[in-house]
Design a protein around this ligand. Structure first.
Ligand SMILES: NC(=O)c1ccc[n+]([C@@H]2O[C@H](COP(=O)([O-])OP(=O)(O)OC[C@H]3O[C@@H](n4cnc5c(N)ncnc54)[C@H](O)[C@@H]3O)[C@@H](O)[C@H]2O)c1
Length: 392
């Protein structure tokens, strides 16, 4: 029988409450051992609600006084680096929320600290754990849409939706703590998804990130980010994110030489349809058709055609993957699998750091109006971001 891992959380805010704590409660391989929040009342009340034996005000006390196997860091972005480094020094495997860090230097310091301490570092880019995105990845790798040459990833969501109703603090509006918003809050997801689906690193970036919609009195952060990426394999992608659209829209378009895949926001999507659609121009028989496409050929009339004809009819296939277990439950299961079986996380620290590099490159590109090559040679600190000193 697998050993039950002891887990803690630093930062008991909205994402801990809506995603991580329910996932931990459902998972039999893990036991919630400790919670930490600078708001001690919050740490205590959530510890009592979710059955954690201990709660802390300071993460350093949590690491020194408990014997954790793993920790989830879910604090405002500017704390991630020091808290991840402290976890690494304590020998604790880490899942850190996105965006991993405020600057490329912070991000790579986290990678190095975890490597040195031989602990796992995983980044909470949960979009990769949506089943429809995983199926899209499998279909691309199976060659169903040919060579993926052009893709688009967007995430639009008005500030107010999360900030006024879900978030526990106002840190997202404070550019000194975040360094950005459309670019690195929503952008963290859209960049990660696009790069992963393409299966190639980013070679160079051109883009902009500006505050167009909100007054400076609300936030100094950008609310509109748009970028073009050239990948090392020669493909191109665009990423667009904004924080002024009242209609939430996460949507990915993947154009290959032999077909196209769309994936959308899961719960509601712009077309009010299933969250995934695939068109392939390849010649498949009913026997060679990938299982995902076979399962979703509907209505059954088409099956008759497909059985009769040598090759199946070419058309858009809408797909509705199961919702459960949800993306956060799947992400936690994967984190535990990596720890138990010494596997490399799907959303690794290196992936998180490369996404931060893209964000930083957009800021540099905006200054110069030119393409910026990756990897970056220098640290790019967003204009209003105030990195915390590295703690010894
Ligand atoms: N994956 C996603 O889609 C997703 C969604 C929401 C948030 N996030 C990420 O999770 C992180 C937290 O966001 P949130 O929405 O939960 O924030 P939040 O404002 O709801 O809560 C932040 C919590 O952290 C606590 N905190 C602040 N500084 C701390 C410190 N030094 N040590 C311990 N606790 C501290 C606060 O008291 C608060 O309880 C951010 O990095 C954010 O980008 C990711």
């Amino acid at each position: 029988m697998e050993e039950i891992k002891k887990i803690g959380i630093v930062g008991c805010g909205s994402i801990a409450e809506i995603a991580h704590l329910p996932s931990i409660a459902k998972c039999e391989q893990v036991k919630l051992e400790a919670l930490c929040d600078v708001d001690s009342d919050r740490a205590e009340s959530l510890a009592k609600k979710w059955d954690a034996a201990k709660w802390y005000h300071d993460y350093r006390d949590m690491f020194s006084e408990t014997d954790l196997d793993a920790v989830i860091i879910a604090t405002p972005n500017n704390f991630h680096r020091n808290q991840v480094v402290a976890a690494a020094k304590a020998g604790v495997d880490v899942l850190v929320e996105k965006p991993m860090a405020g600057t490329n230097r912070e991000a790579w310091e986290m990678v190095e600290a975890c490597k040195k301490a031989k602990v796992k570092l995983m980044v909470g880019c949960d979009r990769r754990y949506w089943i429809h995105n995983q199926w899209a990845k499998e279909l691309i790798e199976a060659g169903v849409i040919g060579e993926l040459l052009m893709s688009r990833s967007c995430l639009h969501e008005h500030w107010y939706l999360y900030q006024n109703h879900v978030a526990k603090t106002g840190f997202r509006l404070d550019a000194a703590m975040t360094g950005g918003a459309a670019l690195n809050d929503t952008g963290a997801h859209a960049i990660d998804l696009l790069v992963w689906l393409n299966g190639s690193r980013v070679k160079r970036v051109v883009g902009v990130a500006k505050r167009l919609a909100m007054p400076e009195s609300y936030t100094k952060n950008d609310d509109t980010a748009l970028m073009m990426l050239e990948l090392e394999n020669g493909a191109f992608g665009t990423v667009s994110c904004n924080r002024f659209s009242p209609a939430v829209n996460q949507n990915t378009e993947l154009c290959g030489t032999e077909g196209t895949i769309f994936t959308c926001t899961d719960a509601t999507n712009p077309f009010q349809t299933w969250p995934m659609a695939v068109y392939t121009n390849k010649e498949y028989s009913l026997h060679t058709l990938p299982q995902v496409l076979k399962n979703y050929r509907w209505p059954e009339l088409f099956w008759v055609e497909d059985i009769q004809n040598e090759s199946v009819r070419k058309r858009w296939v809408p797909i509705c993957p199961p919702r459960h277990p949800n993306n956060y439950e799947r992400m936690l299961d994967h984190f535990l699998d990596c720890i138990t079986n010494n596997k490399q996380p799907l959303t690794s620290g290196e992936d998180g750091a490369r996404a931060v590099e893209v964000m930083c490159a957009v800021l540099k590109s905006q200054e110069s109006g030119r393409w910026v090559d990756l990897p970056l040679e220098e640290e790019i600190v967003p204009k209003y971001y105030k990195p915390l000193p590295l703690e010894e």
